[in-house]
Write a protein that binds this ligand. Structure first.
Ligand code: AMP
Length: 287
């Protein structure tokens, strides 16, 4: 049966998810803007565009086999699913926040009967229950920050990434409920049916993420400095060493290097007399 992959149709996770899928070699075609689903041209795979918060439920119901969404959505859904890969974007945390002037500095100081506005009612209830507190949870679909000022709630539980929105609204974080990032989610039953295909997709997305953190570096190195060059750019299994036609004094050395070390590496190579140093991006890196 064709594998079905759920992808956020809009919002914060949409753009990067599409980019990751395209880079991993899935042909999503042009102009996917308003499409509800895409039959991937080169694979036995359908991509369904749905709301990030619906993805865990759809997987649990077997309507889709896997999906990309936030771990906060997975936790809120309460479904027992499988996190197949953390995607290292969409970082945020679900926090309890209070008006600055409330005097509260820790969630434990929140009193029974307080009203908490949130779009994460399940996690919020569970959190306060685990603290033995009896609060009233008011479900909102967005803009929780404004609720204390409208008098609709006393406090809020909302997603925070930088904290600047809270600050702008004169709210203070006093407790973290869950840490989140985007992830590839699937289920035991989908894995039982499609384990090879799911693993292939996970591996190819992983190869893109790894490749983005690396560069391919090439340089011509004086032959008598080869040992030093190998110490500077050990590469993955040792650098590739090639002859330079018509120049016996130099060899070409190629290696994969960490993107954040490129600046330092190039300076080190220059010190040992390297010439013609160049770096290129890597599309995918499979180990
Ligand atoms: P959406 O509501 O479709 O924009 O998607 C919201 C999802 O994006 C959340 O469930 C989180 O997983 C993720 N996210 C990452 N950072 C934030 C943030 N600062 N605020 C809200 N959602 C965030």
């Amino acid at each position: 049966m064709t594998l079905r992959l759920g992808v956020p149709n809009k919002g914060r996770l949409n753009e990067r998810t599409i980019e990751l899928l395209r880079k991993s070699g899935l042909d999503l075609g042009e102009d996917i803007g308003r499409k509800l689903y895409v039959k991937v041209a080169n694979q036995d795979l359908e991509v369904m565009f749905v709301r990030a918060q619906d993805i865990p439920g759809f997987i649990a119901a077997g309507a889709i086999d896997m999906g990309i969404t936030g771990l906060d959505e997975l936790a809120e859904s309460g479904h027992e699913l499988v996190n197949a890969l953390n995607l290292e974007f969409g970082y945020c945390h679900l926090s309890v926040a209070v008006p600055e002037e409330s005097g509260i500095t820790d969630a434990s100081q929140i009193k029974d009967g307080s009203r908490i506005a949130t779009s994460f009612p399940n996690l919020t209830k569970r959190y306060f229950e685990s603290m033995g507190k009896d609060v009233s949870v008011i479900v909102v679909t967005g803009a929780a920050e404004i609720m204390p000022y409208l008098g609709i709630s006393d406090y809020i539980v909302d997603l925070v990434s930088t904290g600047s929105t809270l600050k702008m609204n004169r709210l203070r974080e006093v407790g973290t409920i869950v840490e989140s990032q985007a992830a590839v989610i699937t289920s035991e039953s989908a894995l039982a049916e499609h384990s090879v295909k799911i693993q292939e997709i996970v591996d190819s997305i992983k190869s893109v993420i790894i490749a983005e953190e690396k560069k391919y570096l090439m340089a011509n190195i004086p032959r008598d400095k080869l040992a030093e060059a190998e110490a500077i750019i050990p590469g993955m299994d040792g650098p590739t060493i090639l002859e330079v036609a018509g120049n016996a004094d130099f060899v070409a050395v190629h290696a994969v290097v960490d993107s954040d070390k490129v600046f330092h590496t190039i300076n080190e190579l220059k010190k040992i007399g390297a010439r013609g140093i160049l770096t290129t991006p890597i599309e995918r890196l499979v180990n």
